[in-house]
Structures are given as structure tokens and as C-alpha cells.
Design a protein around this ligand. Structure first.
Ligand code: ADP
Ligand code: ADP
Length: 219
């Protein structure tokens, strides 16, 4: 039976960092909607061009476009055993669409770890975030620095600061999260799937609690 895990949390909570570690440990495909949009932007596809304006303003790409993109991604062979979703769903409409998509193969979301971190800390995290050009590996100048400044430990590619990690865009993204994504906390709590995790611990501690929550959800 395929397993689907949704990582929930505000921008900067540590979803991408944890998804990288946990997807490997669990042998699940890591699907980051933000990474897929950024790849499309880089390749200047039609989807990338459409998403660009929304991303630069710190707003959400429209639901229908995002849902179609994830539907296509989940049908690829590497998702046969399930997936770890990072950054999707971000609205109740996306969450309903995900449930409908998974029900087509008699599957459902198994567990929704919610990484909670207060807003002032998010700003500090996003302003120091450096991302790898090749594959999106994530670093922080203070909290998780690369061995060599500016170079990815994993693949040696260049690290850059995302355009939407500028302070003005960060505050817009946090507002958008509060308005459009935070309702998913109750959405999944009501369905008995939510596992709240304190995201203000070290990366290792958060990983330990996430794995415990996911494995408990399976028992
Ligand atoms: P998200 O995907 O939720 O936006 P990221 O995983 O990109 O979050 O993390 C945001 C920033 O915070 C990155 O610079 C990352 O290195 C850093 N970070 C992630 N987890 C922690 C943590 N537990 N403590 C301190 N910094 C962290
Ligand atoms: P973060 O890691 O900081 O949470 P992401 O990389 O997940 O940010 O997302 C970057 C941007 O991509 C978002 O601000 C938004 O414009 C777009 N995006 C990503 N996922 C979604 C989604 N599920 N729905 C709509 N827009 C999305």
C-alpha cells in the first residue's frame, strides 16, 4: 500500500530540509512544489512563466495549475510506493484535490506532521537561507552552513539566495501562509492526521520527532 505524507508548516519551518533527510530514510519520493516551479522557471517553460509573477510577489500560484502539476508528478513511477509532499497542499481546495486524486488508487494521506515555528524566527531563517542551484539542497549561513562557503556539500554546485527570500517578500509569504494555508492545520486535525512538532529544535531533533510521528501513524 502506497504511503503519502504531507509536511505542513510556514515558509522557513524546515520542511525542505527535513524532507531531504526523511525521504531518503523512508525510501519515498520527495515532491516539493516549490522546487518544481523553480525548475520550470529555470527552463522557461510555459508553467514557469505563468508561476513567476506569483512567486516573485510571494503569492500562491493558482490552485488549478498547481493541482494539475502535482497530479502529473504523482503519476510518475518513482511515486509507486507513495510520496513525501513538501509545500503541497497549501489551500483547502488543494487538500480536497489531493484526497480525490489518491482515492482513485484507493489511497489516502497517512500522516501530516506540522512543523510549527513562530514568525520572527522564520524571518531569521529565510534571510540566511542559501539554496543549491543544481538540486535545491538547503543551507543556512549560521544554523546549517556548508563546509565551503557558497558551495553545496552534496554536489559541489553554486549556492544562491532565492529572490523571494528578500525581507519584503518574506513578510508577504508569511501573511499568505496565515490566510490561505494555516486553515489546513484544523483541516487535517479534524481528520485525525495531524502530528504537531516543535520546529524550534535542532535539525536532528526535528528529524527524530518527525520519524517517530510518521512511524506511529503507521502502527
Ligand atoms: P521550508 O522548506 O519550510 O521553507 P527550509 O527547510 O528551506 O524551510 O529551511 C529554512 C531555513 O532554515 C534554511 O536556511 C535551513 O537551513 C534553516 N533550518 C531548517 N531547519 C532548521 C532548524 N531546525 N534550526 C535552524 N535552522 C533551520
Ligand atoms: P518555502 O520553502 O519557503 O515554503 P516553496 O519553495 O515551497 O517556499 O514555494 C515557493 C513559492 O512557490 C511559493 O511562494 C508559491 O508562489 C509557489 N508555490 C509552491 N507551492 C505552492 C502550492 N502548493 N500552491 C501554490 N503556490 C505554490
Amino acid at each position: 500500500m502506497a504511503r503519502y505524507i504531507v509536511l505542513l508548516g510556514p515558509p522557513g519551518a524546515g520542511k525542505g530540509t527535513q524532507a531531504e533527510i526523511i525521504s531518503e530514510k523512508l525510501g519515498l519520493a520527495h515532491i516539493s512544489s516549490g522546487d518544481i516551479f523553480r525548475e520550470n522557471l529555470k527552463a522557461q517553460t510555459e508553467l514557469g512563466q505563468l508561476a513567476q509573477g506569483y512567486m516573485n510577489r510571494g503569492e500562491l500560484v493558482p490552485d488549478d495549475v498547481t493541482i494539475a502539476m502535482i497530479r502529473e508528478r504523482l503519476q510518475r513511477p518513482d511515486c509507486a510506493e507513495g510520496a513525501l509532499l513538501d509545500g503541497f497542499p497549501r489551500t483547502p481546495k488543494q487538500a480536497d484535490a489531493l484526497a480525490a486524486m489518491l482515492s482513485e488508487t484507493d489511497s489516502s494521506v497517512d500522516c501530516v506532521p506540522y512543523i510549527s515555528v513562530p514568525a520572527p524566527i522564520l524571518v531569521e531563517r529565510l534571510s540566511g537561507r542559501w539554496t543549491c542551484r543544481a538540486e535545491g539542497h538547503i543551507y543556512h549561513t549560521t544554523f546549517n552552513p556548508p563546509v565551503q562557503p557558497g558551495i553545496c556539500d552534496v554536489d559541489g554546485s553554486e549556492l544562491y539566495q532565492r529572490d523571494d527570500d528578500k525581507p519584503e517578500t518574506v513578510s508577504r509569504r508569511i501573511d499568505v501562509y496565515m490566510e490561505q494555508t494555516a486553515p489546513l492545520i484544523d483541516y487535517y486535525r479534524q481528520r485525525g492526521l495531524l502530528a504537531e512538532i516543535d520546529g524550534q529544535q535542532s535539525i536532528d531533533e526535528v528529524t527524530g520527532q518527525l520519524l517517530a510521528a510518521i512511524l506511529k501513524g503507521q502502527a
